[in-house]
Design a protein around this ligand. Structure first.
Ligand code: URA
Length: 207
């Protein structure tokens, strides 16, 4: 049964408010997306197993804890790339897969144009899809994995709709959603309202 977690504490709110602000320029938008990506990943990886390691400190040996499972981050191109630096801030060794989906502006359906995903056996998979509008492209992206081989799979989103969460829950019931907000719905062009506009355009500074 999929679980949805809304990360809406003050620190996530600070970042999301800046991302929603139409006056936030691309460099600041990227920085806020990175920081929010880390907060979302922190939530998704809360139960990541750990193992103990011995380190030699200046005053003697100390016992530390490090991840005991691999993490695979899969940004859905191109918007998902905006969350990737934040994931790497937390998990520097995370492997990266890429899935390219583009939206047909008339049908609003996703078309896959690129897919390069590493093995996910035993890994904690984070699919990075900042805007979960219908949930269709995230569900299509998840179809590319051998999901049953992964230890856990979460979709990291900045803004989602309930419709998208429900769609994902139907097509991928074992996948969790971690999002900073659930907005009321979509406009006639498939944009989340109020949302934050086109995440890909804003993070990549394209018109
Ligand atoms: N993709 C975006 O970038 N924004 C939306 O509101 C919906 C899909």
């Amino acid at each position: 049964m999929s679980r949805t977690t809304i990360v809406d504490d003050a620190l996530a709110g600070l970042r999301l408010s800046a991302l929603r602000d139409a006056a936030t320029p691309p460099a600041a938008f990227r920085a806020h997306a990175r920081a929010l990506g880390a907060l979302l990943a922190r939530e998704a990886l809360r139960d990541l197993p750990a193992r103990e390691v011995e380190v030699q400190g200046p005053l003697g040996p100390a016992t530390g804890r490090v991840p005991a499972a691999g993490v695979v981050a899969v940004p859905v191109l191109r918007a998902g790339l905006g969350l990737l630096p934040g994931v790497h801030d937390l998990v520097p060794d995370a492997s990266v897969g890429m899935i390219g989906l583009e939206r047909d502006e008339e049908t609003l359906l996703a078309r896959r144009y690129y897919c390069n995903v590493p093995p996910v056996d035993g890994a904690w998979v984070l699919l990075l899809e900042p805007m979960l509008a219908t949930g269709g492209s995230a569900a299509d992206a998840l179809d590319q994995f051998e999901l049953t081989r992964a230890a856990a799979v979460s979709v990291l989103s900045v803004v989602a709709t309930q419709q998208a969460i429900d769609h994902l829950g139907t097509r991928h019931p074992d996948v969790d959603v971690v999002t900073a907000a659930v907005d009321p719905g979509l406009d006639g062009q498939g944009f989340i309202v109020p949302g934050l506009g086109d995440f890909g355009d804003r993070v990549h500074a394209t018109p």
